[in-house]
Ligand binder design. Structure first.
Ligand code: CDP
Length: 210
């Protein structure tokens, strides 16, 4: 099924390693729309801060090269991303790009923490993808191991919990389900089952707005 209406925005939010990235990629492929992993923007700013750059300056001058740099997926950069993500000037520097992407012709999927609440509250579909902290840590642990990172499960769980707390408790754009969001708990779902459920939600919504 294609999404006849344009723009058509699918907002996918949720905590660290909830499966929102994989679900978003698969939704974009299935419905043939563009995908933006907004976490990469914050990771790129966090990475530059670790290199000594002022985070607001980094956010205001972000380039495509920054988004393609090595090391964006490391736990250190993830922690740094969640620190810079609490700075309101950093967030506001990244808003226009994300909003324009969300409303582009042809449709878009964006995944992050504040897509349905702040970036695109008018999104046609809002999903909030979650899972228990233990399940999310296990998934991220396997991903990081496969990527050659030297990590322990306990360390990854602590990292996930620390970021969840910081992301949920911050004053600007805290992580929370948007009004009208469909909750998708992937704790006991395979990735295929989670993707299938997300596709059903989008199809039902596309029929409603057609
Ligand atoms: O993949 P994972 O869920 O672990 O992280 P990510 O989506 O790449 O996001 C990294 C960090 O960026 C998060 O912990 C948030 O602090 C921040 N972020 C945000 O504040 N708003 C977004 N829309 C996306 C990410």
């Amino acid at each position: 099924m294609s999404l006849a209406q344009s723009p058509f925005t699918i907002a996918v939010d949720g905590p660290a390693a909830s499966g929102k990235g994989t679900i978003s990629k698969e939704l974009a492929r299935h419905f043939d729309v563009a995908h933006l992993d907004t976490g990469l923007l914050y990771r790129a700013v966090g990475r530059r801060m670790l290199a000594g750059v002022d985070p607001v300056d980094a956010a205001q001058s972000l380039t495509v090269d920054d988004l393609q740099a090595d090391g964006l997926r490391t736990p250190e950069v993830a922690q740094s991303a969640s620190r810079v993500a609490a700075i309101s000037e950093v967030r506001s520097a990244l808003v226009d790009f994300q909003r324009a992407f969300a409303r582009r012709a042809g449709g878009a999927v964006l995944d992050g923490r504040d897509i349905g609440t702040v970036i695109c509250p008018e999104a046609e579909v809002k999903l909030f993808v979650t899972a228990s902290a233990e399940v999310r840590a296990e998934r991220r642990f396997r991903e990081l191991l496969a990527g050659g990172h030297d990590v322990t499960l306990e360390g990854v769980l602590a990292d996930v919990r620390e970021r969840d707390a910081r992301d949920s408790e911050r004053v600007v754009a805290p992580l929370k389900p948007a009004e009208g969001a469909v909750l998708l708990d992937t704790s006991t779902l395979s990735i295929d089952a989670a993707v299938a459920r997300a596709i059903e939600v989008v199809e039902a919504r596309a029929r409603d707005v057609a």
